[in-house]
Design a protein around this ligand. Sequence first.
Ligand SMILES: Nc1ncnc2c1ncn2[C@@H]1O[C@H](COP(=O)(O)OP(=O)(O)O)[C@@H](O)[C@H]1O
Ligand SMILES: Cc1cn([C@H]2C[C@H](O)[C@@H](COP(=O)(O)O)O2)c(=O)[nH]c1=O
Length: 226
Amino acid sequence: MPVVGKLKFCYGPMDCGKSTLALQIDHNHARQGRRGMVLVRHDRSGEPQITSRIGLTRKATEVGNETDLRLLVREQWAAGRHVDYLIVDEAQFLSPDQVDQLAELADDVQIDVYCFGIATDFRSMLFPGAARLFELADELQPVQVEVLCWCGQTGRFNARVSDGEVLRAGDTVVVADTEQMVVESSSTSRSEGEPNTVRYQVLCRRHFRLGDLGPTSAQHGQLRLT
Ligand SMILES: Nc1ncnc2c1ncn2[C@@H]1O[C@H](COP(=O)(O)OP(=O)(O)O)[C@@H](O)[C@H]1O
Ligand SMILES: Cc1cn([C@H]2C[C@H](O)[C@@H](COP(=O)(O)O)O2)c(=O)[nH]c1=O
């Protein structure tokens, strides 16, 4: 039997612990002497790093629109560094082609690839990168930590909120957080026409459909994008 690597996708709504899990898996593999690369696309911090809300962060290589992930690995080989595994956070933002490249790395050069990301966008539609991961991954793992809607039901939907309203149209990529915060940021992906304050709130399906942010929604701050 040929030895192949595994492509795994751990997914869940915002704030369910995906980045924490990514850093834990990296830690456990590195501790056993395995050599990994940590990749990210649009971390919330705006920096090339993985940021977990539990307080851990780790430097990472930023994946761009045009990055060929196979070349990133080859560059490591050229520098004399072996690669046993890849950690990819915010994998929903990968292009379908980049996900195909990850599958190739798993199949052809036996690299274990661990991807972490949200499945659906603010309209509840699959991100193209997440859709391709659902199609190609060897293992799909919903992250176990439940995120609750304000009503107590399990939250699965990432509502984009501006001025107390759930937005139904706009750019797919708007990097922002769920928590109360005010930041001056030029690193977010806001484009012309996007509102200048936005946050996300995880809701159950019913409240997502109704656009009902619950009685305490006024307490949430807005992330100011500049
Ligand atoms: N102060 C805290 N104490 C315990 N757990 C926390 C605390 N702050 C955040 N968390 C945990 O971190 C999770 C968010 O982790 P994170 O990796 O940032 O999520 P994701 O990458 O899925 O958005 C929360 O669901 C919660 O379980
Ligand atoms: C729903 C949705 C989310 N995003 C952005 C917002 C955050 O920057 C990330 C998700 O981060 P987390 O680690 O899972 O908390 O994705 C987006 O750009 N577009 C969307 O529709």
